[in-house]
Design a protein around this ligand. Sequence first.
Ligand code: MN
Ligand code: MN
Length: 484
Amino acid sequence: MQQKGYDGSESGEKSHYEELEKKLFYSSKNIWAEIDESKKKEIFSFSEGYKSFIDRARTERLTVKWTYEKLRSEGYKDIDEVDSVKPGDRLFSINREKNIILIRVGSEPVEKGINFIVAHGDAPRLDLKQIPLIEDTEIALFKTHYYGGIKKYHWLNIPLSISGVVVTKGNKKVEINVGIDEDDPVFVIPDLLPHLAKKVQNEKKASEFIHAETLNLVVGNIPVKDEKIKEKVRLAVLEKLNRDYGIVEEDLISAELEVVPCIKSRDVGFDRSLIAGYGHDDRSSCYSAVMANIEAETLSKTAITAIVDKEEIGSDGPTGAKSLYIFNTVGRLIEKLGGSYSDSLLRRTMEASTCISADVNAGINPMYKSVHDEKNAAKISHGIVITKFTGSGGKYMANDADAELVGKIRNLFNENNIYWQYGGMGKVDEGGGGTIAKYFSVYNTSVIDCGVPVIGMHSPYEIISKADLYYSYLGYRVFFEKFE
Ligand code: MN
Ligand code: MN
């Protein structure tokens, strides 16, 4: 038996205005409330692959390395090792161990446009200074210089690893990764005990109470046994480094050693709906865009996934998005496709192309709702976020995607059952941030930001939703397969 509604209609039937509300109002949906058990299983199994990826890919170099190994097993070939290229080919290119480009050659000529997805493999962290090792109070310390937008207090008293390369005498490159494997020792920056923090910390502003020059890692405490030596612990650490890696202190000047959290990613919540981990910004996009490139089915347009570096510090340098590396690689692709290469053909190709700037956005943190305009903000588990513009203040420094492009992406996602939502970056004048979108648009390529919402972004243990991750992957895949 059915109940009568207040207006006398049978329940289940909608009133005129209920119908109208459904038709006219925009709202995004909580994915978990919409999907069935088998979809949930798919989402959970996809996130297992992602978790094992971010637990390894803790730096931009390790992200490229993981991707390279994956591509080799998927039959991708180095573009510089093939003489010619044809539709259907899978190719890759690596730049300085920090950028990787994946190419799936489509059936259409490239000058009809390429579908690009560009993500960044770097994440906020601490870099070791070039002369890092000091000894104070018989404790050996590594001094650091922070990289990207961090809250300094996040980095105190958590387990940290050191990862990167040292170029030694004779230009030999030595890799160092300590702290990532389960049995490795870790490094810690000790905070001050609360009992004595009254003046030195508690009376200061949050942005000032931890000074950058106090972000020093404890790296050793056992001295060499020789009274003639002044810095006994410092020498003992160098002796150990020399024994293990064959390096001397001067070698550290030509090193890139990155200090990153080594806390493993874990499911969050009784329902395991979320993942906490380091570097979701932007490795969630890296993973989704790499998997979308590998798993996309028949392609008419050429599909390129690119992982760039240095996004967190402004995209400068030869490995950042401001570099011509992607542009040059497209040139090499055109050359190897045969036909006639010309500068104008390359430029026309870029102009006919479309790019998703695959980067995360801020999800609403229920404890800090006031910084968001809720109507225009992303919610966790409501799907991949479309962002028309980033920047700050009066849209300064923004790539403001055309309505035409936003329309095409929105319609593409709707037609292919991709859960998506609209999300901007906080209230107007609250702060702001940018992505690589504006750098890629210099080619006169249409660029739009799409990625997963993150809670606690730029912290050592960020939170994302498994559902958002999965629909970013599916969204990217549909873009490769169907965007015209
Ligand atoms: Mn980012
Ligand atoms: Mn970031």
